[in-house]
Design a binder for this molecule. Structure first.
Ligand code: DHB
Ligand code: FE
Length: 282
């Protein structure tokens, strides 16, 4: 067994929970009225389900045990980012005219190494996978180039594992902040990520198995694109032909976000162009 295949839900879930605590802030200014309204709606939705579905004590206790386990496994970030974040993202980004956003997911790490374009992401000397040249331009919604825009990219390796969450990977493997050139162009050499299976050995996996669902997300590149004076874009890009484009467990695929890489003329893997358009900051 390689080190990577020993990645466990407990390890990546706990890490995602620690990271969340380090970097995210609560909405401290939320009024009691708003808290009451939101909490009441969630509680009422659960009660309605119990009454309409005639939930038994056995089912109620299984639910209680499962909720306890989600916390013990550190899997609240995984659970929420798979089954809830897509709706939060929809609300947050419905005003945008530029490139579509989608969920951030649990595996973003800020402050990745900065690399001038053309860049090669940090990777192992023998990084397995199909080489991918990912390139394009960052503009505003009027098509004007955004010089020096930041294209932060992070993605899984050819087995679907993320550095800093799965053991045995170099700290910044397949993570970087690429600085676009004076005309807004960026070029990133990386490898094609593999489809990603959310950890199956913890509470989320238990739910998936008990419900007869599958655990797959299509292969994806995660991105945060930013430039001064513009709204930061958090998005993902997928790959044409992936088996899970239409049944992503995280409901985060959008048709505008699907890449169709072509073989490179020099035979060295694939290449694809994607242009980002950023909305002005409010
Ligand atoms: C999860 C993992 C991802 O890589 C992602 O993009 C979204 C969600 C998860 O395990 O919750
Ligand atoms: Fe992901």
């Amino acid at each position: 067994m390689t080190q990577e295949t020993e990645a466990t839900a407990a390890a990546s879930g706990t890490r995602a929970t620690e990271r969340f605590r380090e970097h995210k802030q609560a909405a401290a200014g939320t009024s009691p009225e708003r808290v009451s309204r939101l909490a009441s709606r969630v509680i009422n939705a659960i009660n309605d389900t119990v009454l309409e579905e005639k939930v038994t004590y056995d089912e109620y206790n299984a639910f209680k045990a499962w909720l306890i386990k989600v916390g013990e496994d550190g899997e609240w970030p995984l659970f929420l980012d798979v089954w809830v974040e897509h709706s939060v993202e929809q609300v947050a980004n419905e005003h945008r005219h530029g490139t579509k956003g989608t969920i951030e997911g649990p595996y973003y790490v800020p402050n990745a190494p900065e690399l001038a374009s053309p860049a090669t992401l940090p990777m192992r000397p023998d990084e397995p996978g199909t080489p991918l040249l990912f390139q394009g331009r960052v503009t505003n919604v009027d098509g004007e180039p955004l010089a020096g825009a930041h294209v932060e990219i992070w993605h899984a390796d050819h087995l679907g594992f993320y550095s800093q969450y799965a053991p045995g990977l170099p700290e910044w493997n397949l993570r970087g902040t690429v600085i676009a050139d004076a005309d807004g162009y960026y070029q990133i050499n990386t490898i094609q990520p593999a489809p990603y299976q959310i950890p199956t050995d913890g509470a989320c996996g238990q739910l998936i198995a008990a419900a007869g669902w599958h655990a797959w997300r299509p292969a994806h590149l995660h991105l945060k694109v930013s430039a001064p004076g513009y709204e930061q874009l958090t998005s993902q890009l997928y790959f044409q032909g992936d088996a899970h484009l239409s049944d992503d467990i995280a409901s985060a695929v959008k048709p505008e976000l699907i890449l169709d890489p072509t073989p490179r003329a020099d035979g060295a893997g694939k290449e694809v162009t994607y242009n980002f358009a950023l909305d002005p900051a409010e």
